[in-house]
Design a protein around this ligand. Structure first.
Ligand code: COA
Length: 328
């Protein structure tokens, strides 16, 4: 018997109101609009207001997505959250989101796959729905990278922003059908992008805070090269799995870390840059949230037409990588 289709019945997103421009950053660290724009393509990013959290941003995005999908919060069977900045270490941000939505029965859990959080969650959600027990899953990626950024470190602070993106997955929906996913990782590169403190290795102490180990540290140049290679190979792998080629792709939606990375990936996949969705200029790198926010913007702005093939691809700390093909 053919498996029931799993599709994206609704999308939603939220970005905080506060805009932090490159000109603002010039006043905070030794940098320039020219350097940031030419090296990354970023013009501005959004930063949470006091009191805003991953679950509060995700709630706004989720309500929008559920509304568009015509799914009531109580009809959700699964809430899967990709995040590295949960509101608290315990409970999961997925449980906090569930409480905000007033659902009291769904299975809820967070996954830690950094910038690949959304596509990892999509793969897990699709497979669980295919398993037969569940009908609707809320797949979320939300990040407050501003809370783990060292605002005195010009190497990293110009790159990041905050936001949340959501997709509702529903069984038997052929809108936004998930054709296939591919996820992978290589932990031998873990030290290239890390937050040393706050876990079992290095619990928070006054000394640790003085050493600023609670913030993200990254070897940008090495990450850059691995990012291009892993995104290209992930994209090729998922296309091969589905018996398709990059010629079949209508839209490429890459993780929005850096415009140069996205252009290099598109070039290697022979996908014209006009077919690449880009919003890094407005939001910077929001880790796992970049892909679902891009997806929701494309959906809500009518860019995705029936029959279009969307290729989403990401890489991130871990190092993790992930790709997914969706037929609109
Ligand atoms: N403003 C001005 N100068 C800066 C700067 C800033 N904000 N940040 C770094 N520099 C300086 C460096 O100190 C270095 O100076 P030096 O040559 O005198 O030593 C110079 O700019 C070049 O640094 P480099 O690291 O070689 O730049 P780059 O071209 O690799 O660009 C990144 C830096 C971070 C933009 C780029 O490596 C990148 O995007 N990497 C991937 C990051 C990423 O995607 N991370 C998230 C994973 S999801």
């Amino acid at each position: 018997m053919a498996q029931e289709k799993i599709g994206i019945s609704g999308t939603g997103f939220y970005v905080p109101e506060k805009v932090l421009t490159n000109a603002d950053l010039e006043k905070m660290v030794d940098t320039s609009d020219e350097w940031i724009l030419s090296r990354t393509g970023i013009k501005e990013r959004r930063i949470i207001a006091p009191g805003e959290t991953v679950s509060s941003m995700a709630e706004t995005a989720a309500r929008q997505a559920l509304d568009r999908a015509g799914v009531a919060p109580e009809d959700l069977d699964l809430i899967i959250m990709g995040t590295i900045t949960p509101d608290e270490l315990l409970p999961s941000a997925a449980c906090l989101l569930q409480a905000r939505l007033g659902n009291t029965t769904a299975a809820c859990f967070d996954i830690s796959a950094a910038c690949c959080g959304f596509i990892y969650a999509l793969e897990i959600g699709q497979k669980l729905l295919q398993g037969g027990r569940y009908r609707n899953a809320l797949v979320v990626a939300a990040e407050t990278l501003s809370t783990i950024t060292d605002w005195e470190d010009r190497d990293t602070c110009v790159l990041f922003g905050d936001g949340a993106g959501v997709a509702v997955l529903s069984k038997g929906t052929d809108r936004g059908e998930i054709i296939d996913c591919y996820i992978g990782a290589d932990g031998s590169h873990s030290s290239l992008l890390e937050i040393e403190a706050g876990g079992s290795l290095c619990p928070i102490t006054h000394e640790v805070l003085d050493q600023r180990k609670q913030y993200v540290r990254m070897e940008g140049n090495k990450v850059f090269k691995l990012a291009v290679a892993s995104m290209v190979s992930s994209a090729k792998r998922v296309l091969k799995q589905a018996g398709l080629t990059s010629q079949d792709v209508t839209w490429l939606l890459p993780h929005q870390a850096n415009l140069r990375i996205m252009k290099a990936v598109a070039k290697r996949l022979h996908i014209p840059v006009e077919q690449v969705y880009i919003n890094v200029d407005r939001y910077g790198n929001m880790s796992g949230a970049t892909v679902p926010i891009g997806l929701a913007e494309m959906d809500q702005n009518g860019l995705l037409k029936k029959g279009d093939l969307l290729l989403m691809v990401s890489f991130g700390g871990g190092l993790t990588w992930a790709a997914s093909l969706v037929r609109w």
